[in-house]
Design a protein around this ligand. Structure first.
Ligand code: AMP
Length: 270
């Protein structure tokens, strides 16, 4: 993979990279298209990274649709697809981890201990293999984006990190590979995440700036759907992920909630 990437770059192509866990949807394809629009070479990885899953999470049942993913990526006109096995990425003897301290314990990192250590370790490994000029990440995973930006800065990766907007279903649900887990009733209940964010946005547009009051309104909205269990609802600085007391332009409103046993996340930037 490294040789193939270097050959592309040697041909003068700016190499864009889109890391994914597969089960591709239009959210992923928006990243691929952003990469194609600004880079002459595009590499995509599909790897369900075991180290970012907790012991009681969905690693075994995570959707895997490789043949379909590969065909769709071919149609998108990408140059390279990297889909290594877990054994290849983590041969015996792996004892080195990349940890972004502090940031990794906030938002999803607080609910999913060790999650971001797995994410930053695999992304660092992939950056070393692929050596991209630009890497594309979704705003959907806002905390992940902050953690990766910090890692790239701190470890002097020669890669530009580009964030792409959240792609939603027509009814507002943020696209996610995990939406496949939802039955029709849960699929409707899941809309409450986006609705809670919309409510906060409306209050903010009406002039409310008190972050505690805004967050309370968001939580209240989530409670209206009794089958949905809130994990967190927070208004934070999008770079530090620290809670803020006054919601300013660009503040991140982030929500995570369980619909049945499926954990979903969503967010907006004010
Ligand atoms: P995943 O396969 O879930 O690891 O996601 C791979 C990349 O796609 C990450 O950078 C995600 O943030 C991004 N992504 C996932 N869902 C969406 C979405 N609905 N809109 C935009 N980007 C997304």
């Amino acid at each position: 993979m490294r040789a193939a990437c270097r050959a592309l770059r040697k041909a003068g192509k700016r190499l864009g990279f889109v890391p994914t866990m597969g089960a591709l949807h239009d959210g992923h394809f928006s990243l691929v298209r952003a990469a194609r629009n600004s880079c002459e070479g595009v590499a995509v990885s599909i790897f369900v990274n075991p180290t970012q899953f907790g012991p009681n999470e969905d690693l075994a049942k995570y959707p895997r649709t490789f043949d379909r993913d590969r065909e769709m990526l071919k149609k998108e006109g990408i140059n390279l697809l990297f889909a290594p096995s877990a054994e290849e990425m983590y041969p015996p003897g792996g004892v080195t981890w990349v940890t972004v301290e502090g940031l990794s314990e906030k938002l999803d990192g607080r609910s999913r201990p060790g999650h971001f250590r797995g994410v930053t370790t695999i992304i660092a490994k992939l950056f070393h293999i692929i050596e991209p000029d630009v890497a594309f990440f979704g705003q959907k995973d806002a905390a992940q984006l902050a953690v990766i930006r910090q890692m790239a800065r701190n470890l002097n990766f020669a890669v530009e990190i580009v964030a792409c907007p959240i792609v939603r279903e027509p009814d507002g649900l943020a696209m996610s590979s995990r939406n496949r887990y939802l039955d029709p009733a849960q699929r409707k209940q899941a809309l409450i995440l986006h609705r809670s964010l919309t409510r906060v946005k409306a209050l903010w547009e009406a002039g409310e700036r008190d972050a505690a009051r805004l967050a309370a309104a968001g939580k209240e909205e989530i409670q209206k759907e009794s089958a949905v269990r809130l994990d967190y609802f927070e208004i934070v600085n999008p770079d530090t992920l620290d809670a803020i007391s006054t919601a300013s332009d660009g503040a991140l409103v982030a929500v995570a909630a369980f619909v049945g046993s499926t954990r979903l996340i969503d967010n907006i930037l004010l």
